[in-house]
Design a protein around this ligand. Structure first.
Ligand code: GLV
Length: 330
């Protein structure tokens, strides 16, 4: 019998075709709706491998249903949707998709920063609505980016790629990270500082830290109160690192000037989410790595990891068992 691979979203057939000869492959047949829990629970009982999305919760209850499961290949660099302890207990290897998405996610992060500071979305809506009646010196005037101070919270590979982009804008670069990165300090002139110092000094605070017990709600009321009134906050990591109510209050009261958000506490967000009503917020539906090239590379990497494990080899990008994750998200 061929090993069985279950994929939790409908992916382009051409991505899957090369493995159909060797494996039995089934996909959830929607690309815009996640697989329902009962179907996932039924499929995991039979699967040798799962290819999952960031929107699937692979918790202890799900993993305990597995009988033959050897690998979960998560189509994302983040893996806070997966219970690593339960995976280890069930002897299931977890893989993610680092590296292939670094530049694409950094591009989007920088695009958010630029869109908020130069009011690009507001201005585009303004002209489309026919509101442009006259040129005026301060019409939709935003804030400069060049020569300002960027504070990066979470200096992983994406953080470094954002710093590289920022150095082209001749920005001053501060960062905060669990561990210091002397090589990046040397290469890009980034300056390590405490979280407290970073939030006080930065004109742009960009969060790229993974969701862990330590980072959950790290951007709370007190933190926004300490930022400059002109500060712009960008979150391209995970929604639960931010207390959204506190962010809303900070934006409404003018404690900070704007926010660019690619991720939210609960995704997808509900209609009428208060942050969407604010003109100083640019919100995106979690599309950090969403270029056709990169999403294709991520799917291919997931497939390569699955093939390796099913052939008894080491996968290319395995998540370490003791990696830090958030234990009470989702
Ligand atoms: C997306 O959010 C990812 O973790 O790759």
């Amino acid at each position: 019998m061929k090993p069985y691979i279950y994929i939790t979203r409908k992916l382009p057939e051409e991505a899957i075709a090369p493995i159909r000869q060797k494996y039995e492959v089934k996909m959830w047949d929607h690309d815009d709706v996640p697989v329902p829990k009962d179907i996932l629970l039924a499929e995991i009982k039979q699967a040798d491998a799962l290819l999952t999305m960031v929107s699937d919760t692979i918790d202890e209850k799900v993993l305990n249903e597995a009988n033959n499961l050897k690998i979960v290949a998560n189509c994302a660099v983040g893996y806070d949707n997966i219970d690593l302890t339960a995976a280890a207990k069930n002897r299931v290897i977890i893989c993610n998709t680092p590296d292939v998405l670094t530049d694409t996610t950094a591009d989007l992060t920088f695009a958010l920063l630029m869109a908020v500071s130069r009011r690009v979305v507001e201005a585009a809506e303004f002209i489309k609505k026919g509101q442009w009646k006259s040129w005026s010196p301060f019409l939709l005037a935003g804030q400069d980016i060049h020569h300002k101070t960027l504070g990066i919270v979470g200096m992983g590979k994406i953080g470094e790629a954002v710093a590289k982009r920022a150095s082209g804008f001749e920005m001053n670069l501060l960062y905060h990270n669990r561990t210091r990165k002397p090589e990046i300090e040397q290469k890009l002139g980034t300056v390590y500082c405490s979280f407290e110092d970073l939030i006080k000094k930065a004109d742009f605070v960009v969060c790229l830290a993974p969701l862990t017990d330590e980072t959950q709600n790290m951007f709370n009321r007190e933190v926004f109160q300490k930022m400059k009134h002109s500060a712009i906050f960008v979150n391209a990591s995970r929604g639960p690192v931010v207390d959204e109510q506190a962010l809303y209050e900070a934006l409404v009261t003018g404690e900070i000037a704007g926010a660019g958000l690619d991720v939210f506490e609960k995704e997808p967000i509900d209609d009428g989410h208060p942050l969407l009503e604010l003109s100083n917020v640019v919100a995106l539906p979690h599309i950090g790595s969403a270029s056709v090239e990169t999403r294709t590379a991520m799917i291919n990497l997931c497939i390569a990891n699955i093939e390796a494990v099913l052939e008894g080899k080491l996968p290319l990008t395995m998540v370490k068992k003791n990696s830090k994750i958030c234990t009470n998200s989702k």
